[in-house]
Ligand binder design. Structure first.
Ligand code: G3I
Length: 367
């Protein structure tokens, strides 16, 4: 084992271009932010964000449960701070997310009399939520993950309460409400595991259905919460190729590379998955072995080589976090693990993988 601090790239900070500079001809590069980032509470990470990224996504503060916890109450404080931070720093600001099966309070789906809301009630709530949230940041938040994770792994529509109560047109309605609230905002569909062929096909059908219905969809987001060994480079390549034919922007929206042993055969990013703590599944508490580190560098390099190859359609690449210490993967699907999925270590030092990523920007591309 070697300590993670020694894996940092000495001198990188001064000798290298930043991510946003290196890829400026290719795509935007961003990160998901939590409150300590945009309130300045974590000065080290805030400095990294300002220096490296030109687009930001809110990790949690615009999710329904956070911004609209009760029927009559919107809690805009943290979201306002997030948007102000992005504006102060000239960043392309993303809103995440308007309609999701997760992190949505139960009252949304209930009628207040002990039963389920009906279609009209739920549509009215969706409309009110989207108009209020998108309307508040009209012209400031430039792109919205309108619907998040609507698909099952086999490519069929997830049996969420949105689908069960409203029916399949809940997706169309969500996009229509968002477009009405801010006609200039870019509207996206976002999901994980879209490199798997069945789910990829489901996403393509979903986007085509929206387009056929005349919906203004500007982009599709493939989250890319990936492992060291999967999905394969070929699967990623195929997905970017197929999505590139849809006539919408393609975005990598939640990138991280998980080096820890899998807790189950499920390779997705479903937040509801939970497993008990087990030391065998948390092997790198004192740092990661050189072989794993090398595999991590190679994995990031091959992913970015693909993003550059497809930069004609890839518009944005966003990491799901800034430094390893803050990543959601320290607590999912097992709480309290030591994870190493990002390009900056727990001290905020750039890892060698950052250099591997930056190297790929030198490759030729067509935009
Ligand atoms: O803030 C509270 C804290 O006060 C409380 O003590 C603690 C107890 O568990 O919970 C804290 O909230 C947690 C929050 O993250 C902030 O850390 C929630 O429990 C936890 O559920 C929440 O997890 C987030 C998850 O989405 C669910 O919303 C992760 O941070 C976030 O990274 C993750 O992001 C999702 C994307 O939105 C969609 N795609 C998958 C991706 C990863 O799951």
């Amino acid at each position: 084992m070697i300590a993670s601090a020694t894996l940092a790239c000495a001198g990188c900070a001064t000798a290298q271009p930043t991510l946003k500079e290196a890829f400026k001809e290719h795509f935007l590069v961003g990160a998901a932010l939590n409150e300590s980032h945009f309130t300045g509470r974590d000065a080290v990470q805030t400095a990294i964000i300002k220096k490296q990224f030109n687009t930001i996504t809110p990790e949690n503060v615009i999710k329904w449960a956070r911004i609209h916890p009760n029927p009559e109450r919107f809690a805009f404080g943290p979201a306002d701070r997030y948007v102000e931070f992005g504006e102060r720093n000239g960043m392309f600001i993303i809103g995440h997310t308007l309609v999701w099966h997760s992190q949505t309070p139960s009252w949304v789906f209930e009628n207040g009399k002990g039963g389920a809301a009906d279609r009209e009630m739920l549509l009215a709530r969706m409309s009110n939520h989207i108009h209020t949230v998108v309307g508040r940041y009209k012209g400031r938040v430039k792109g919205w993950d309108v619907v998040n994770e609507a698909l099952n792994e086999d490519g069929s529509l997830r049996q969420s309460r949105w689908l069960k109560i409203i029916g399949q047109d809940y997706l169309i309605k969500a996009f229509e409400f968002a477009h009405a609230a801010d006609p200039d905002a870019e509207l996206y569909y976002n999901d994980f595991s879209l490199e798997a062929p069945a789910k990829r096909e489901g996403a393509i059908a979903l986007v085509k259905n929206l387009q056929t219905a005349g919906v203004k969809i500007a982009g599709i987001g493939t989250q890319m919460h990936v492992k060291l060994d999967g999905p394969s480079t070929q699967m990623v390549d195929d997905t970017l190729t197929e999505f590139g034919k849809l006539g919408v922007k393609v975005m990598v929206t939640e990138l991280d590379v998980d080096v820890l042993p899998a807790a189950s055969r499920d390779r997705g990013a479903d937040v509801s998955l939970r497993f008990a703590q087990n030391p065998a599944l948390n092997p790198y508490t004192n740092g990661i072995p050189p072989a794993i580190q090398q595999a991590f560098n190679n994995r990031y390099a091959s992913l970015f080589a693909l993003y550059v190859k497809h930069s004609k359609v890839v518009d944005r690449v966003t990491f799901w976090g800034v430094t390893d210490g803050d990543s959601w993967l320290n607590d999912w699907p097992i709480r309290g693990r030591t994870s190493y999925p990002l390009l900056f270590d727990r001290s905020g030092e750039p890892k060698l993988a950052l250099s591997s990523v930056l190297e790929t920007a030198k490759k030729t591309h067509v935009k």
